[in-house]
Write a protein that binds this ligand. Structure first.
Ligand SMILES: Cc1cc2nc3c(=O)[nH]c(=O)nc-3n(C[C@H](O)[C@H](O)[C@H](O)COP(=O)(O)OP(=O)(O)OC[C@H]3O[C@@H](n4cnc5c(N)ncnc54)[C@H](O)[C@@H]3O)c2cc1C
Length: 287
């Protein structure tokens, strides 16, 4: 399949990219790694007249520490996230999640920004960003604004990103030293999107859960933050009865579509299975 023709623009600064996107209007789209947008264009599900390639904007690349946060540039690739020692040491769930996105070819060019800005409920990083309490930095014609990942997703492929805006970075508070984490993803084969997946980040105090945050992937039109399920396990030893209650609370907020991944009821149940596994895995890793 061949996409419709388009004009190609390659700005070298965020200001230029924002100016171009605003000048070109609804006919223009930002291009990052192209591994969601180009397939959509080949299928003629998207036909932007102008592509504004963010690939030459060096300010959008890199991973750095800022106080108690890590800040990851939007054009940092999933491959670079996997290879980052800083990320592995401070927020290892991001490495674990990136490793189960697609395959190495996709991860070499697919970016963090594209993955979280895309709004596809099948993308793996958005639910993890909700779980971690991340904040998105967005540049527009009126300057920079910030929005919590938990407030960003509004529907399938619908986000709080306004026309003419560029996601520049994701800011993530570093979880406490010794925290436990796990991202459990059910997929039919290597390289597939999730049938269902669950992210857990928790801290333990003695044998008791002190804090717990949970995200769910691809079991609704948006990624989900399972706030009530996290509240249920907090203060518990993660005994079987509590895990069952938390799984029920998480399943209750899902509303998956029946599709090639399976019937809706199956995908909801698999979200529960992934959550139970992620809770056990996170507890085992917590110190
Ligand atoms: C075969 C295959 C399998 C895949 N499997 C998975 C999977 O299992 N899990 C998963 O999570 N993903 C998967 N993906 C998607 C992959 O991770 C993409 O790379 C990602 O979704 C989009 O990132 P990108 O950099 O390629 O963005 P692009 O495709 O360039 O852009 C995607 C969208 O985001 C917008 N955008 C991109 N960057 C910005 C920005 N900085 N500011 C504003 N808007 C922006 C674009 O305008 C576009 O609308 C798969 C892709 C393929 C081709």
């Amino acid at each position: 399949m061949i996409p419709a023709s388009f004009a190609y623009h390659r700005p070298t600064s965020v200001a230029q990219a924002v100016a171009l996107l605003n000048e070109l209007g609804d006919d223009a789209r930002a291009l990052a790694g192209g591994h969601s947008l180009i397939p959509m264009m080949k299928l003629r599900l998207a036909s932007p007249v102008h592509l504004v390639d963010l690939g030459s904007i060096t300010a959008l690349k890199g991973i750095s520490a800022d106080g108690g946060d890590l800040v990851i540039g939007a054009m940092t690739t999933q491959h670079e996230m996997i290879g980052s020692d800083l990320l592995a040491a401070k927020i290892p769930i991001l490495r674990e999640t990136s490793l189960v996105i697609a395959d190495p070819q996709v991860r070499y060019v697919g970016t963090l920004g594209g993955n979280v800005a895309n709004g596809d409920p099948g993308n793996d990083l958005p639910a993890v960003m909700m779980c971690l309490g991340a904040t998105y930095h967005i540049a527009g014609k009126s300057g920079e604004r910030r929005i919590a990942a938990r407030d960003f997703y509004q529907g399938a492929f619908v986000t709080a990103l306004k026309p003419g805006e560029v996601l520049t970075a994701v800011r993530i508070p570093v979880p406490a030293v010794g925290h436990g984490y796990a991202y459990e993803k059910l997929k039919r084969k290597v390289g597939d999107y999730a049938t269902a997946a669950a992210a857990v980040v928790l801290t333990m105090n003695g044998g008791t859960v002190a804090t717990c945050s949970i995200g769910l992937t691809n079991v609704a039109e948006t990624p989900l933050w399972a706030e009530e399920a996290g509240r249920i396990v907090t203060g518990s030893t993660l005994d079987a009865a509590t895990v069952k209650n938390a799984v029920a609370a998480a399943e209750a907020i899902t509303s998956p579509a029946a599709d090639a991944h399976g019937p809706a009821h199956y995908r909801t149940k698999m979200a529960g299975v992934m959550l139970a596994r992620a809770l056990a895995g996170a507890k085992a890793r917590a110190r």
